[in-house]
Design a protein around this ligand. Structure first.
Ligand code: FAD
Length: 471
């Protein structure tokens, strides 16, 4: 429809102008006024120039774009919320199939389910579901896309109460590499549903996803309490004891940060190392106050923001710290045990961080995650007590390589305490072995069989790729 000045740019046998006529959404090419905005993703570290960006408005546009890409033999970058850390949702010279405008959500309060289009962000989804006092595990930053997040697993403030987001994925409509739309559910193509629960964007483009919801809030007990960074060893030792016996309603994260110049941190602490204990208790508020009390009673907090707040406010609390354009790199794994050596390593690197924007997160796991049958989803590691995420970050390109190097050194020194597994949502572009490590041999083979069935030519390869078996 909107051609944005697209002329007869020839790509093989077809033209971009023909595609632009065939879709309802916009097609943008280099030179168009909105091209630079259209090619940008959240992670400013990836500055790429696709041949075209198709901003789809519905399933038909996605089908047309996939057909076009296949016909032209183009690299395909699929974009939901554009929060890919390794930059898979943009590319050089290929096509970006952008679902960002497809953000409709329909909640069924009776069945406690919601169906969202494939470009929906968590803030948009929560807005709709919380109108009915319902939710599913969502991202810590509300601009994150629900599709990429879910297909990779999904760890957030409700993870111990409700499990991973992918555990609550009931069905999805998927545009496959040959341009068909298939439904994956318990009744139709259940193997594909299994693969979508953790197998990433390998099997096609999820144009809509249906979730099981649970009552949450609207008020929860949550937020961070910050302590001085030089107390991090003592506080992490407390934390590992504290989390041993927690109700499922309580999800917590320990974060090692350098204080941003945020109004909720006293100015004298800006730019200094802090440790934050972040909580979300989604249950009766009195129980929640009691459950989180020990986290706030370690003496002399730098800032205590823990308390009752709307679940949607908690979901957006960290947004200002993670603006679009930030440069970020993640190196993550599962912690076998938060032993003294791991604590010493993490806290030492925290103090020596090369960038004040870099962070180290320990997500406490267990609860509902650990009770899901290992065989039920492509997602693998459910038993480790923590996921550690080392995030090298800066607000511009300067020094970014040295921050990435910091993350590598820290991760490598942590390795004796890790399981060796990988979580694909926190994985950078680390190669095939790390993707295999996310699934283990058996699940990887099953995912590869699904890839052979749904995408035998690996059209969808810009992702944490599971290549078809014949490659
Ligand atoms: C600021 C920030 C905060 C984050 N917080 C969390 C967190 O709290 N918990 C967590 O688990 N992860 C978190 N992540 C990681 C996040 O889950 C992944 O980056 C995820 O891939 C983002 O999904 P997206 O749709 O926004 O990404 P996009 O960049 O749009 O897509 C990433 C990949 O997902 C696939 N994909 C996206 N949409 C579709 C679709 N509709 N159909 C098929 N495949 C699709 C594609 O393979 C694509 O390459 C965070 C990332 C960032 C940048």
């Amino acid at each position: 429809m909107a051609t944005q000045g697209v002329t007869q740019t020839v790509l093989g046998d077809g033209t971009i102008a023909e595609l632009a006529e065939a879709v309802r959404g916009q097609v943008m090419v280099p030179g168009d006024a909105e091209y630079d905005e259209a090619r940008a993703i959240w992670n400013g570290a990836h500055d790429r120039h696709p041949a075209l960006v198709v901003r789809c408005t519905g399933v038909a546009d996605v089908m047309r774009a996939v057909e076009f890409a296949r016909g032209q033999d183009l690299d395909v970058a699929v974009r939901g919320g554009a929060h890919s850390i390794p930059g898979f949702s943009t590319c050089d010279g290929g096509i970006v199939i952008d679902l960002g405008a497809m953000d409709g959500v329909r909640v069924d309060p009776q069945r406690r389910t919601a169906r969202a289009q494939g470009g929906t962000q968590w803030g948009q989804f929560d807005h709709e579901t919380q109108a009915f006092g319902l939710a599913v595990t969502g991202g810590l930053v509300s601009t994150t896309g629900l599709a990429g997040f879910t297909l990779g697993g999904g760890i957030g403030y409700l993870v111990r109460k409700q499990g991973l987001t992918c555990d609550n994925l009931m069905s999805a409509d998927v545009v496959t590499a040959d341009g068909r739309v298939v439904t994956a559910s318990a009744d139709e193509n259940p193997d594909l549903l299994w693969g979508l629960r953790g197998g990433g964007g390998n099997f096609g483009i999820a144009v809509s996803l249906e979730y099981r919801l649970q009552p949450v809030g609207p008020t929860v007990i949550g937020g961070p309490t910050f302590y001085r960074g030089d107390r991090a060893p003592e506080i992490l030792r407390f934390y590992r004891d504290f989390v041993r016996e927690l109700p499922d309603e309580l999800t917590t994260i320990a974060i090692l940060v350098w204080a941003p110049p945020a109004p909720f941190i006293p100015p004298e602490w800006h730019g200094k190392p802090l440790i934050g204990l972040v909580s979300c208790y989604a249950g009766p508020l009195d129980d929640g106050e009691r459950a989180v009390a020990p986290l706030r009673e370690l003496g002399q907090p730098v800032a205590d923001l823990m308390g009752p707040l709307p679940y949607t406010a908690l979901q957006g609390l960290l947004d200002p710290l993670w603006p679009h354009g930030k440069h970020a790199y993640m190196k993550a794994g599962y912690v076998r045990e938060l032993d003294d050596a791991a604590i010493e390593t993490a806290t030492r690197y925290h103090q020596e961080a090369t960038s004040p924007a870099s962070e180290i997160h320990f997500h406490h796991f267990g609860g509902a995650v650990a009770r899901v049958d290992e065989a039920a989803t492509a997602y693998r590691e459910r038993q480790p007590p923590y996921v550690v995420n080392v995030i090298a970050a800066s607000h511009g390109p300067e020094g970014f390589d040295s921050h990435v190097d910091w993350a590598h050194r820290l991760y490598s020194d942590l390795e004796p305490s890790l399981t060796g597994g990988a979580y694909i949502n926190f994985l950078s572009a680390e190669g095939g072995d790390r993707v295999k490590a996310a699934y283990g041999e058996e699940k990887f083979a099953r995912l590869q069989a699904l890839k052979d069935e749904y995408d035998p030519t690996n059209l969808f390869h810009l992702n944490q790729n599971i290549p078809p078996s014949r490659t």
